[in-house]
Structures are given as C-alpha cells and as structure tokens.
Design a protein around this ligand. Structure first.
Ligand code: PLP
Length: 397
C-alpha cells in the first residue's frame, strides 16, 4: 500500500466532486443532463490564432523555449501591461505558464511558508484555497454580502490582515459572482493595502475582456501604481479567446519573485507549450474585434437570465462581467433541502440540470449558473429548473 504525502492527505476533497461524479453517472446511464456549470465559452477561437498555431508547427517550432516563455511574447505582454495599466515592466518580469492556473500556483509556491495566511474574498474561485493549502498556506476568508454587491468593505479587510498575512488574491471580474470592481472599489482596497506593506497582492484578471454595458475593467495597478513592487498580475487567453484547452497564461510581477517563479517552473514543466506561445503572440498582436460580437451575445444572455432568476425568487446581484450569475436559492428551501448542496443535488436529480453550489466558492445559499452555453440550451435548462422548483414551492405551501 503506497503511503501518500502528509501534504496531500491534508488537502480537503473538492466540494464539487461528488456532484460532478453524480452528473457523469447520470449522463452515462443515458440521462440528458444540461450542464450549466461550465467555466468555458463554446465559441470558436479566432482564425488568426488557429493559423498562428498551425504555422508554428509548420515552421518547426518543436523545442523547449526559455523557461519563462519566448522573448517576443514576454515583450508583448510587458507592453500590453504598460499600455493598459500604465506601469512599465521588463520582459524578465513576465513568466508564461500552462494556463493562468499554473501562474497562480507558481506564485503561491514562491511566496508561502508553512502557516502563512492568504486572504481570499468570498465568493472566491474554487481553486484558490486548495492552491494555498497545497503550498502550506492558510486561507483566511473575508465574507462579503449580496447587499454590498459581493464587494469587500475596508473594515472587513482590515479585520483579517495580521502580521502573518502573506498575500491577498483579488479577482475582478469575479468567478462566481460576475461582479466587477469599479475604480472606487479598487481605490478603497488599495487604500487598505497601502497600510500593510508586508502583504503581496495577486490580481487574477483572467476575465478582464468580458465586461458588459457601461462597466469598465479597472486593475489595481491603474489606481495604485505605487503598489507595483508587491503586485502580481495574472492573466491569459483561456476565457477571452475561448481556448481553455490550449493551456496558456502568464504572471507579471516584481523581477526577483518572477525569477524564483521561473526556477519553480524549470523544475516542474520546463515552460509552456511552444506552439501555443506563438498563438498567444498572435492573440496579443491582433485586435480582438471578434470580442464585440461575443460580448453582445453574452450581455444579452446575462440580462435575460438575470431577469429569469430575479423574477422567480432567486435574486442575483447586479453583474457586469465574466459569464456567471450567482442567484440566492433560499426561497425554495423546504423539507430535506436546507442548503445549496442539497439544492444542487435535487436539481440534478429532478431537473436534469447541473449547477455548482455556492459553498464551493465560500458563499452558501447561492448557486453558480454559467451563461456560456447557447441561449436555446439555457432556456431549456431554466424551464426544467422552474418545473422542479415549482414542486418544492407546492410542497412548502
Ligand atoms: N482564475 C479564475 C478566476 C478562473 O475562473 C479560471 C478558470 O476557470 C482560472 C483562473 C484558470 O484559467 P486557465 O484556464 O487559464 O488556467
């Protein structure tokens, strides 16, 4: 019998695994399950990007690249950050990775000593606490409320920052809430963080391009360039260019820390795939005009399905980005259904629809609904939800 490492034994099982296994089982048994828990767009990636990947193969780009990525790509990323966030970086401050996820993991590994605390703002992306724990850290959660639009208050942040706090992870536009922080929100967060110079700031900007209506993406560095020496920006093309399976992302941060991150990467993957790095370069060099159409369609679905939930006693906070809604489902609690896990299990069994319970993101009583699928499928999914929920309502009366 192999004995696993203590570190892995300490890792809590994923909160959503039982449910996704159940969904898989039901699908395998022939049930037509509508999956509304997807974290990826079903659009076709832009042609210029596909052509760049094909060309990279035909041009015989077959070998290891520098561990932190090809120079042209790192230069282009540094220039993009300068243009968009107004802060100058050298290409040595950039490390290209196998998805934004690896970039985040690398940062945790580079920063954390056992017992170091990392502040997460609930609702947070489901992987953050696990990444922190695998790397010996302790997640410290700041709860936010729907009344505050799922944004942290200055007092909430102040309360959790201690001398043990090593980092905070910010994510706007947010997965799972769809909330986008305004300039004022970012300024308020920066104001708190200025008082705590020992805290590193990790900005997960992976949904930067998916912002709708009058809302605008604001980065922390745009409002607080003075925090540059302890800020990491993580981004990639998975969401903006619909290439989740190509596995490309990057981190940009203080040069010393980025050197350490390259060292980690040199002993784990030796660097990102050379073919997708050429495709990523094309993605930076070409204007993302295709995004206008994607945004219009996503914004339409955002409005349509926010109305659906709001009109059916499942209030959603006003969202402005990503492709998720995060409705509260407490209205329908009855009998044995008393939390969001029960609710998702019930809806999977009785509506053949799979959603993600809010508890997985640190915010119970909500469910995450992804409006990435096409409108017809979403409409069918919502009709099924409504029928199953009506039964619960009748039970309650
Ligand atoms: N950060 C957030 C908030 C995400 O939702 C995801 C993917 O779902 C990632 C990072 C990971 O992105 P990638 O696919 O580039 O690793």
């Amino acid at each position: 019998m192999l004995s696993l490492s203590e570190r892995i034994k300490r890792l809590k099982p994923s909160a959503t695994i039982a449910l996704s296994e159940k969904a898989r089982e039901l699908r395998a048994s022939g049930k037509d399950i509508i999956n509304l828990s997807l974290g990826e767009l079903d659009y076709t990636p832009p042609t210029f990007m596909k052509e760049a990947a094909i060309k990279a193969i035909q041009d015989n780009h077959n070998r290891y690249t520098p561990v932190n990525g090809i120079l042209a790509l790192r230069q282009a990323i540094a220039q993009k950050l300068q243009a968009q966030h107004g802060v100058a970086y050298s290409p040595n401050s950039v490390c290209v990775s196998t998805g934004a996820k690896q970039a985040l993991f690398n940062i945790c590994m580079a920063l954390l000593n056992p017992g170091d605390e990392v502040v997460l703002l609930a609702p947070y992306w489901v992987s953050y606490p696990h990444m922190v724990e695998i790397n010996g850290g302790v997640p410290v959660v700041v709860e936010t409320s729907a009344q505050d639009g799922f944004k942290p208050t200055a007092e909430g942040l102040e309360q959790v920052i201690t001398p043990k706090t090593k980092a905070i992870i910010l994510n706007s536009p947010n997965n799972p809430s769809g909330v986008v922080y305004t300039r004022d929100d970012m300024q308020a967060i920066a104001q708190v963080l200025r008082k705590h110079p020992h805290v590193a700031i990790v900005c997960d900007d992976i949904y930067q391009e998916l912002v709708y209506g009058d809302a605008e993406f604001t980065s922390l560095l745009q409002v607080a360039p003075d925090l540059k020496d302890r800020t990491f920006t993580v981004n990639g093309w998975s969401k903006s260019h619909a290439v989740t399976g190509w596995r490309m992302g990057y981190a940009v941060g203080p040069e010393d820390a980025m050197k350490a991150i390259s060292k980690i990467q040199s002993q784990s993957t030796s660097g990102a795939c050379c073919i997708t790095q050429h495709a990523a370069l094309a993605a930076i060099e070409n204007e993302p005009t295709f995004l206008n159409e994607w945004r219009n369609s996503l914004n339409h679905k955002r409005r349509l399905f926010s109305d659906f939930f709001n009109q059916n006693h499942m209030p959603c906070v006003e969202t402005a980005g990503a492709f998720y809604l995060f409705p509260n489902v407490e209205y329908y609690y009855t009998g044995s259904i008393q939390n969001d896990d029960d609710m998702c299990a019930y809806l999977l069994e009785n509506a053949d629809v799979s959603l993600v319970p809010g508890s997985a993101f640190g915010t119970p009583h909500h469910v995450r609904f992804s409006y990435a699928p096409d409108e017809a499928l979403l409409t069918e999914g919502c009709n099924r939800l409504l029928n199953a929920l009506k039964k619960l309502k009748q039970e309650r009366l």
